[in-house]
Ligand binder design. Structure first.
Ligand SMILES: [Zn+2]
Length: 88
């Protein structure tokens, strides 16, 4: 899932991504600065957790296609949860 798709799914406008070498599952967990939510200006960072369908999910009927978004959640963070960098 790219940034534009994540923005669309989460109703946000996203700024910089903190791409972290210590993040062992970068397709699943992403750290972005949030510029706006539903049109309201924001200045914080969020850790996004994306659950994308794999082949097993398609076989079991949980999803139609591999890569389909099954679940999306996020929490505000002040520090990178992987490397501890203070996010500004
Ligand atoms: Zn980091």
């Amino acid at each position: 899932m790219n940034k534009e798709q994540l923005e669309e799914e989460s109703g946000t406008i996203l700024g910089r991504e903190h791409t972290c070498e210590r993040n062992e599952i970068p397709d699943h967990l992403k750290v972005y600065r949030v510029i706006a939510i539903e049109g309201e200006a924001q200045t914080h960072w969020e850790l996004f957790s994306l659950w994308l369908a794999n082949e097993g999910d398609v076989e079991s009927g949980e999803a139609e296609t591999v890569g389909e978004l099954l679940n999306l959640s996020s929490i505000k963070v002040n520090y990178c949860p992987f490397c501890g960098l203070s996010l500004e």
